[in-house]
Ligand binder design. Sequence first.
Ligand SMILES: Cc1cc2nc3c(=O)[nH]c(=O)nc-3n(C[C@H](O)[C@H](O)[C@H](O)COP(=O)(O)OP(=O)(O)OC[C@H]3O[C@@H](n4cnc5c(N)ncnc54)[C@H](O)[C@@H]3O)c2cc1C
Length: 592
Amino acid sequence: MADYKAPLRDMRFVLNEVFEVSRLWAELPALAEVVDVDTASAILEEAGKVTAGSIAPLNRSGDEEGCSWDNGLVKTPAGFPEAYRTYAEGGWVGVGGSPEFGGMGMPKVIGAQVEEMVNSANLSFGLYPMLTAGACLSILNHASDELKNQYLPNMYAGVWAGSMCLTEPHAGTDLGIIRTKAEPQADGSYKITGTKIFITGGEHDLTENIIHLVLAKLPDAPAGPKGISLFLVPKVMVNADGSLGEKNSLGCGSIEHKMGIKASATCVMNFDGATGYLVGEVNKGLNAMFTMMNYERLGVGIQGLALGERSYQSAVEYARERLQSRAPTGPVAKDKAADPIIVHPDVRRMLLTMKALNEGGRAFSSYVAMQLDTAKYSEDKATAKRAEELVALLTPVAKAFLTDMGLETTVHGQQIFGGHGFIREWGQEQLVRDCRITQIYEGTNGIQSLDLVGRKVVGSGGSYYKHLSEEIRAFIASADAALAEFTGPLGAAVDNLDDLTAWVLEQAKTNPNEIGAASVEYLHVFGYTVYAYMWALMARAALGKEGQDDFYVSKLGTARFYFARLLPRIHSLTASVKAGSESLFLLEAEQF
Ligand SMILES: Cc1cc2nc3c(=O)[nH]c(=O)nc-3n(C[C@H](O)[C@H](O)[C@H](O)COP(=O)(O)OP(=O)(O)OC[C@H]3O[C@@H](n4cnc5c(N)ncnc54)[C@H](O)[C@@H]3O)c2cc1C
């Protein structure tokens, strides 16, 4: 596998040339104080060094060794504790954390690039700080000042880690039926009892304490999702002076053996009357969890992109070196026995698909991150509200589309290696295995699609979607004639999505099955259309600069490939959506 190199050039292009992000920062006083183009550039460069130098080298060995469980204790693979310490000491766990509690206070759009780097380097490793950062976010937004002061500084510093305990053996997607109980105690704390499964980083040897955020129900809670509360449950109790006290009544019963992310500990966690503290209000636990989820879901989407990027870096190097057959138009490397496989149209198709999906994904995840920053920091209420609604609309797309495209990309990367992609030696098969979970956890991609169609599009009566379509139309209207080759097909794609959205809104009125029948393919039409917007924005930023640098030639060539070969996928997907739900219900359950 090629050594990982952070794609800093493309990251800077997206931030500074496509989105001119410093303009946004200047409008948001809280960000203007902490970040400018130079600071951002220095941070990204440093993150590139740490991830490539300390974390990427542990990716393969971590996969080979995996985590091990012994009598309740979990050991991460060799090198992980030391690399985690380096990462934590660099302040990377708290890169987006609140400065009031020791975080770096960087905007999400910078955090997103750092996440991409760490996950490209080593997804299993990246999950530990990601879960911690997510837990911090819920604590910051919903916990009492006392809990914030007691827990956040050590979590941002990476001295303590975090976990998110939702899933139970009988309750995955449907959290309304969880059974974990929380019993109120006289001192205001709660005793938490129950079993959680599949808990990422539930137990490990990277930090001296792990702060679990646990969903549980009070004895008198209403049934369903409205009876769920959120609790902070430390592995080791924390004394009033901040020192560590007794071990809490909880433990790791076992770890899972799985297809990928083998160096990430996936734990069964048993809570046996463990002491916990309420975060947010009683019975509003899902709301508090959702604060974390919007960030986490974008983060999981970025994991798909990150693996696609890593796969591309190796595939392109291999395609330039591997000699097989001659180019259809005649020998290219006449002094060699055969031509490098990069001459073959099909290999180019795969490489360009990977490149177009990765770079489109990087622009899209940055765009969503900018909306998160605007929603969080804008002092103008209408601007913040619009950004919040765009985040709500685009989060399921970011989670599901980026990871679906991540899998497609890593499979192309494996295919380019032929048989060498299937064997372990080159590392391409690990990327495929690791990518697969990103489509499943944090809400399956099927559930993300239902969220997009049911809650965000139909649920808002199309008003959230209108923000996006109006923005794209305004861009097309203001674009230079030189961009017509991109804005023409983009306009047609938005017309198609408008029409499809109206169609889905109409169908949903009469048949409840239509939403679920349309959802996954609708999300894909949506994703390809948004990527077309991203590619048109990137083309605008690159056009006219071709003489300066090959980077821009490559960018425009890839934009042309995207519009010619990938965007047309929306036509078959649209036809499939419009075929409706009828054919899904021709068989009785026993006839399958
Ligand atoms: C490696 C790994 C790490 C994980 N980390 C964590 C963690 O840190 N914390 C945590 O709490 N959980 C974690 N999970 C759990 C993960 O989030 C769940 O597995 C996931 O949400 C799906 O739940 P489930 O497995 O119970 O599947 P189910 O809910 O049983 O779903 C099975 C299938 O049915 C579909 N389905 C279910 N309901 C509907 C519906 N209404 N409409 C249409 N389709 C539906 C699903 O899309 C899926 O395809 C992890 C899981 C794994 C494997």
